[in-house]
Design a protein around this ligand. Structure first.
Ligand code: NAP
Length: 303
């Protein structure tokens, strides 16, 4: 028993994240009623078939009526439109949050749309997979993963504690961060690796047909790992790139410089430089594993 329970939780967006939330909310009895809204009838029917909630609609304004917690789980580029659609139907004192992978943009899109009588607290569960849609979700998704809340100045303490308790009840470890800082950290640990994966697979695809076929046929673990990342949802990753543009360009710039140095070391047959770098990076991997063991910290998920 977590002790936290909302009368009514509205889930706007019922893909991987929304449906995982629906499942854990049900499992942990965190809501008296779960209302679900999504954009398409097809996804809505699927959510109903999976019995993810108690009521279903394609009208997000309808879904949020009387909800004391509203969780928006749509691609970050759609956050502003969703906020505009629900604004006039939100209950006084409701907590409105989101799960988007880029925070500064979500805040600038949503905050101007939402009424003063609700508590808007942006969030980001760092948990995911390369799959999407309501069938892809599972109740354990958030277990032992970080959920980062990025409260805006003046956030109501009680509402923040309540949302924090909700994520803890979902199995997450929580942390609070400045939104811009969040975006830079995520650009490094998640967005850059995905962009590199998209780029590598793109390079392989552009090879002449015969070579391309062999790359696929003989793909070893390194290439296969990249294909997993590069199979993530295109709409979601398009939006992450567009809405965390500055931080992504910053880390991409640093990455390009370091890649050029590595390229030079290979061309110049600088074996010391290569050995030094590969020894150093191996030690970082060890540090990450040791840190997790020592502090029993959750390992970071996908996004
Ligand atoms: P998903 O499985 O693709 O589901 C997306 C949901 O948003 C669906 O209900 C979809 O509705 C709806 N939607 C899509 N485009 C929309 C639009 N333009 N307007 C309104 N609704 C729209 O996505 P997800 O993986 O759950 O990701 C949702 C959010 O979580 C994103 O902001 C992402 O950055 C964040 N996130 C994702 C992960 C991850 O690993 N996937 C991890 C952490 C955070 P229909 O299907 O009805 O069209």
């Amino acid at each position: 028993m977590s002790g936290i329970k909302f009368n009514r939780i509205a889930l706007i967006g019922i893909g991987l994240i929304g449906s995982s939330l629906a499942r854990i909310i049900r499992e942990k009895d965190l809501a008296g009623h779960i209302s679900i809204a999504t954009r398409s009838k097809k996804t809505l029917y699927k959510a109903r078939e999976l019995v993810l909630g108690d009521s279903y609609t394609i009208d997000s304004a309808e879904a949020v009526k009387d909800a004391d917690l509203v969780i928006i789980s749509v691609p970050v580029g759609a956050s502003g439109i969703v906020a505009r659609n629900i604004a006039n139907s939100l209950k006084f004192g409701a907590i409105v949050t989101d799960v988007g992978s880029a925070k500064a943009s979500v805040i600038s899109q949503m905050q101007p749309e939402l009424p003063d009588h609700v508590h808007f607290i942006p969030g980001h569960p760092i948990a995911g997979t390369e799959f999407s849609g309501p069938c892809a979700g599972f109740a354990e998704l958030f277990s032992n993963r970080w959920c980062i809340l990025t409260p805006i100045p003046g956030t109501n303490e009680e509402a923040l504690e309540k949302l924090n308790a909700f994520w803890v009840a979902c199995g997450s470890k929580t942390d609070w961060m400045d939104p811009v800082h969040h975006d830079l950290i995520l650009a490094m640990v998640s967005h850059l690796p995905h962009i590199i994966a998209y780029s590598i697979i793109g390079t392989a695809n552009n090879l002449e047909k015969a070579i391309h076929a062999e790359v696929i046929a003989y793909s070893a673990s390194g290439f296969r790992d990249f294909t997993r990342l590069s199979s993530s949802d295109p709409a979601m990753w398009r939006d992450i790139c567009l809405h965390n543009r500055d931080a992504i360009l910053e880390v991409l710039g640093r990455f390009s410089e370091d890649l050029a140095l590595l390229q030079r070391a290979i061309r110049c047959e600088d074996s010391d430089a290569l050995f030094e770098l590969f020894t150093y990076t191996r030690a970082i991997r060890q540090d990450v594993i040791e840190e997790e063991k020592k502090k029993n910290r959750p390992s970071c998920g996908n996004k």
